[in-house]
Ligand binder design. Sequence first.
Ligand code: ATR
Length: 283
Amino acid sequence: MEINGRSLVTGVMGYPVSHSLSPVFQNAAFSHMGLNFVYVPFEVAPLDLGSALEAVRVLNIRGINLTIPHKIEASKYLDGVSEESGILGVVNTVINENGRLLGDITDGKGFIRSITEDGGFEPEGARVMLMGAGGSSYAISGALVNRGIRSLFICNRTENNSLRLKKHLSEKIGFNKVSIIPFRDRNRFDFKGEVDLLVNTTSIGMKPGDLPVIDEDKIPGLRFVYDIVYNRVTELIGASRKNRIPCLGGISMLVYQGAVSFELWTGKKAPVEVMKKSLPSVE
Ligand code: ATR
C-alpha cells in the first residue's frame, strides 16, 4: 500500500479497539482493488466521541466504523442517519459526504448478504428460531423480517429481553408472527417440522467447552444453521457439520457487514473472498 497526497482515510473508533479485525480485511480489500484508501484504528474514549467525530469532518476522513461503546451515542453528533439506523437506534458506519456525516448500520444487510451469497440460503418464507435477544439480535431479526420470513421464535435466557424484542418488531416494523420459547424449554421444544433456520446470537460458543446452544438431536431437520460467534468454530457449528446441515459461522457476517461499509465509502463492490482470506483462520 502506498500512501500519497490523495489517499483517503477510513477507520474504526472503539474503546478498546486493538482487538478489531476490521483494519486487516478492509486494508486487504483496498489493496486488492488498487484503491487509494487506508483503514486505521482510533482508540476513542467515550467522552471524546463528539470531538473525534468533529475531527472526521475537519480532517475529511471518508468513513468510520463505530464499535463498542460508541454505536448508540454516535447519532447525536451526526447530520442524519438511515431509516434502519433510526429504527434500531444504532450506528456502525459513518459516511462523510462533503462534510455531512451520515450514519448507517450494516449488520442486518451484512447478515442477509452473508446467508444468501455465502450460505446459499434464502430466508424468505422460512420459520426462524432466534437464540438470544441482545444487541445483535435486533438488526438480524429486523433484516430477516424485511426479507419476508414466515414466522419467528425467540428463545433467550432472560425472558424479559425476548418480550422487549417481540414488542420492538411489532411496534417498529409491524411484524407480529413472533412466539417466545422459554430458554429452559429449548431442548424440549419439537424443532422438527417447525423450524427451518436456527440463528445463534448469544455468546454461547465463544469459550472452548461451551455446550451447543441447543442439543445436537435438534439439528437434523433444520435447513440452515447460522452462528454469529466468530472467534472459533463453535460446538453448534461442529454439530451442524457433523449432521451435514448447511451452516455458517460469524466470520462471514463480520466480513459482509464490513463489505457493506466498504461499498458505502468507495462505491465499489467489495472483494469478500479476499477480505475473508486475509483473516486468521478459525477452521
Ligand atoms: P450482542 O451485542 O453481541 O448481542 P449482548 O447484547 O450482550 O451482546 O447479548 C448477549 C446475548 O447472549 C443475550 O441474548 C444474552 O442473554 P440475556 O438476555 O439473558 O443476557 C445471551 N447470553 C450471554 N451469555 C449467556 C449464557 N451463558 N446462556 C444463555 N444466554 C447467554
